[in-house]
Ligand binder design. Structure first.
Ligand code: SF4
Length: 343
């Protein structure tokens, strides 16, 4: 049985015309799935019953199963999905003032093994297909209490630029007025610093946001926290970001997770402000979630504030973000890791 999310409206029109159905039926099916959240062809009440039956016999809307759903006291909701091949992936809804953000995974597992992240612990399994990424978004949209998913971040398990083609296909799909119609400027790709992907993205002509995980401002510390730095060193990464800004005329966001006794001291803030001088960028600093399995803990409040103050005084646009969903295993990959341990 085929998955209907593999088709764009024109492709579905072609299938339906082969069944001697008028072209407008494709638009009706898209409306039901992507605007009204129907996951069952039987619910598509303005389609003739014969067509509903034929769609049912040939296509499915969903291929994964929701296996766990956790809601935090701060409103963040985390979902664990089981894929057809028994891999598990996470996606998150993050409500905030005036916006609902969906955070999705792009790979099952991750090969990048960042020090603060549970996603790489059980290794890399495989890339997600564009359809599987779209399905995460469909689940999130259908579970956002009737509110529109306004923003989308590719910040869940996996490195989006390591699954470039599927991620770009999914972005173009959800950006379309025929589907979720999420504006490009409200879509963020978050990378651990895969330089060839950043260079390729700069040539796409997309208005999406780029967020780069730095988490350290010198080569040695960054290689300890993010092994990807041994392949794509900080110096080259910063140069690639400057090039990206020059080519796209868009600001880059740098993410900096503060980890106690690792990257949160004033010296680190001084190094960070030095390498970002003169760049059209902003910095999000976020105290890490506690991950006992990885012995990762956030620094004291005083240290966090002093880090932020130094960046502000150096003229850097900096925001202190609070970690979300700390009571629901919100660190990337944590829910999946604990669930798989129990299997
Ligand atoms: S932070 Fe991202 S790139 Fe790093 S291990 Fe986790 S999922 Fe992979």
């Amino acid at each position: 049985m085929k998955d209907i999310k593999d088709l764009d409206p024109r492709e579905l029109e072609r299938v339906l015309s082969g069944w001697r159905e008028p072209a407008f039926r494709a638009a009706q099916v898209f409306l039901w799935i992507y605007k009204k959240g129907a996951v069952d062809f039987e619910a598509m009440s303005n389609l003739p019953s014969g067509l509903r039956q034929r769609l049912k016999e040939n296509f499915r809307v969903l291929s994964s199963k929701l296996v766990k759903r956790l809601k935090s006291s701060d409103g963040t909701e985390k979902f664990l999905f089981g894929l057809e091949d028994k891999n598990y992936i996470e996606a998150v809804i993050i409500p905030a003032k005036g916006r609902i953000t969906g955070c999705v995974s792009t790979q099952a597992g991750c090969k990048f093994c960042c020090r603060f992240c549970a996603s790489g612990v059980s290794g890399f399994r495989r890339n997600l297909t564009a359809r599987e990424i779209i399905e995460e978004i469909l689940y999130l949209r259908n579970n956002s209490s009737g509110k529109k998913l306004s923003h989308l971040v590719f910040m869940g398990t996996g490195e989006p630029l390591d699954n470039y083609d599927n991620v770009l296909k999914a972005i173009r799909f959800v950006n379309s007025p025929d589907t979720f119609n999420i504006g490009a400027r409200k879509i963020t790709i978050s990378t651990s610093g895969v330089i060839p992907g950043i260079k390729k993205l700069a040539r796409e002509g997309l208005q999406i946001e780029l967020s780069v995980s730095l988490h350290a401002a010198d080569e040695k510390t960054r290689s300890t926290i993010m092994p990807v730095n041994k392949i794509y060193p900080l110096k080259d990464l910063i140069a690639a970001c400057r090039e990206y800004i020059g080519k796209t005329n868009r600001q880059v966001t740098f993410e900096y997770i503060l980890i106690k006794d690792m990257n949160s001291g004033l010296k680190n803030a001084q190094k960070l402000s030095k390498i970002l001088t003169g760049m059209n960028c902003k910095v999000n600093i976020i105290p890490c979630n506690v991950i006992e399995e990885l012995e990762v803990y956030p620094p004291e409040k005083k240290e966090i504030l002093s880090f932020k103050d130094h960046l502000s005084r150096s003229g850097i646009n900096v925001t202190l973000r609070r970690p979300r969903g700390a009571d629901i295993e919100a660190a990337c990959g944590q829910l999946r890791m604990r669930y798989e341990k129990k299997l």
